[in-house]
Design a protein around this ligand. Structure first.
Ligand code: ZN
Length: 170
């Protein structure tokens, strides 16, 4: 591994978008994550073999969110919608953009998920219709919240469930 000098001229702002190399635009990997410390930076390395640029990415303070709300909805075949949301603790302060990209990366057709598989409550109409009913919910958004937590798992654990690395609690 070639070690390039990391100095203040290689500090780049880590915003809402997934981090890309400021030199070549390729995706990067996190070498060292200090975003939970006072320095709030990550050392990132370009994944392009010809580039391998290493740089500091500053973490947006707005991304340090202690609680997040996952909003989703159930839509039946007649287009009636039921909205639901779950509030997770985010003790690791995983950036919102990272949470959203992980969730979006595991949606079916970029929109749907099975709430049971992710350990989430499934909204159901009272007049449950066997013909119209299905298991899929639509992802709506993930947002910062001040509301009471109502999930047993943290958002980090939830993302492990979403990625299939952990089983949902029953
Ligand atoms: Zn690069």
């Amino acid at each position: 591994m070639t070690t390039q000098q990391i100095d203040d001229s290689s500090r780049f702002f880590h915003g809402d978008q997934p981090t890309t190399c400021p030199l070549c635009g390729a995706r990067t990997e996190i070498l060292l994550d200090l975003s939970h410390t006072i320095s709030q930076v990550q050392v990132q390395k370009c994944l392009d073999k010809n580039c391998s640029f290493e740089f500091f990415a500053e973490v947006n303070e707005d991304d340090l969110i202690p609680k997040v709300e996952l909003c989703y909805l159930y839509r039946d075949a007649s287009n009636y919608k039921l909205f639901n949301s779950v509030v997770f603790e985010n003790p690791e302060c995983i950036p919102l953009a990272q949470i959203e990209s992980t969730i979006r990366g595991h949606l079916i057709d970029g929109e749907f998920f099975n709430p049971i598989k992710w350990g989430l409550p499934k909204p159901e109409f009272d007049d449950f219709n066997v013909e119209d009913d299905h298991d899929w919910c639509e992802f709506e958004k993930i947002a910062p919240t001040e509301m009471e937590t109502d999930s047993e798992v943290t958002i980090a654990e939830f993302l492990e469930i979403v990625e299939g690395r952990k089983l949902p609690q029953t």
